[in-house]
Design a protein around this ligand. Structure first.
Ligand SMILES: [Ca+2]
Ligand SMILES: [Ca+2]
Ligand SMILES: [Ca+2]
Length: 68
């Protein structure tokens, strides 16, 4: 009986670990965009759709280029 309980416990632990692994989305800078979408998750002024200040050397809107 204890063996069965152990197996059930082990299954639930594995399931929880897999669930955590699938939820790796992080919004470190709190701008509402997660890693993967946010090109700089350490800077809340940079995110997709942000206003692009031209010629400042920073890709603010995550389109891959500093619009000039
Ligand atoms: Ca972010
Ligand atoms: Ca950001
Ligand atoms: Ca810019």
């Amino acid at each position: 009986m204890t063996l069965i309980l152990c197996l059930l416990a082990c299954d639930s632990i594995t399931f929880e670990e897999e669930k955590i692994d699938s939820e790796v989305l992080v919004d470190a800078d709190g701008d509402g965009y997660y890693t993967g979408d946010d090109c700089d998750d350490q800077d809340s002024s940079r995110y997709p759709g942000a206003h692009e200040n031209t010629s400042d050397g920073v890709d603010s809107n995550c389109d891959g280029e500093d619009d000039t």
